[in-house]
Design a protein around this ligand. Structure first.
Ligand code: SF4
Length: 243
């Protein structure tokens, strides 16, 4: 294993970062724990900023209002989530798998593709997200309105916090959502860095188990340091996020 440390300026703010990876060829999953930590750093900084303006984050345990929105994840995160389910007890894994199946069936019933839309930039992505939200399908990991995999939740879930009343997040187009602005979409930078073409491959979270079953192996075509380099390149080139 090899560790690299340094200072990254994100949104003009210097942040101490550290990434550890295998020295030889590895899949992007090898970086995920550090990328999750990095995502938390970015979000924590954003929270300090809004709190400095006298605002308070309203997200709390027991509020899963946003967990019925479409959650985009990269193939790397899909395999990670599938592995988490595999590690659960047989009965719990069966429950979670049934929720995944139920969610996919609901989408199929509404003629919505469970594998999402191939473009993150255009109106179609937004339309897909809205159509998904209209179905009111809870994330398969949502239990008693709380995230049952909080420590391992996807990067995009770590980036979504609001200072508006929770009700705003549960009503489509309420216009009442005040999202905490993060300086960087870490999930998108990480997703692009794992793709040889640097395109953002993604899917809705409800497709994770199916995807991982069909594509269980990730590409091990880059060494750990090269993966870190690719991630840093994406961080440099991504425009600051607009939320
Ligand atoms: S993974 Fe957790 S935080 Fe993310 S949508 Fe699902 S329940 Fe909510």
């Amino acid at each position: 294993m090899i560790t690299g440390q340094g200072i990254l300026k994100i949104g003009g703010v210097p942040m101490k970062v550290s990434f550890t990876s295998p020295e030889g060829p590895c899949g992007a999953e090898a970086l995920l724990p550090d990328v999750q930590r990095f995502g938390d750093q970015i979000t924590n900084h954003a929270v300090r900023q809004v709190e400095g303006q006298g605002l308070k984050v309203s997200c709390a345990k027991g509020c899963g209002a946003c967990c019925r929105q479409m959650v985009p994840i990269s193939p790397t995160e899909a395999r990670h989530l599938a592995r988490l389910v595999e590690q659960m007890s047989t009965s719990r894994a069966a429950e979670v798998r049934a929720r995944f199946e139920g969610a996919r069936a609901r989408m199929a019933g509404a003629s919505l593709s469970a594998s999402g839309h191939p473009d993150t930039e255009k109106a179609a992505y937004r339309e897909y997200g809205l159509a998904y939200f209209r179905q009111g399908v809870a994330c398969p990991f949502l239990e008693a309105e709380s995230c049952s995999i909080h420590k391992d939740r996807p990067l995009v879930c770590r980036e979504y916090l609001v200072t508006s009343p929770p009700e705003g997040c549960s009503v489509l187009g309420s216009g009442q959502v005040r999202q905490v602005p993060v300086a960087l979409r870490v999930w998108a930078a990480f997703g692009r860095s794992a793709s040889p073409s640097r395109t953002l491959e993604w899917m809705p979270l409800i497709n994770a188990l199916d995807y991982a079953k069909r594509y269980p192996k990730s590409r091990e075509d880059l060494s750990g340091p090269k993966r870190i380099e690719a991630l840093l390149r994406e961080i440099q080139t991504l425009p600051p996020s607009k939320v």
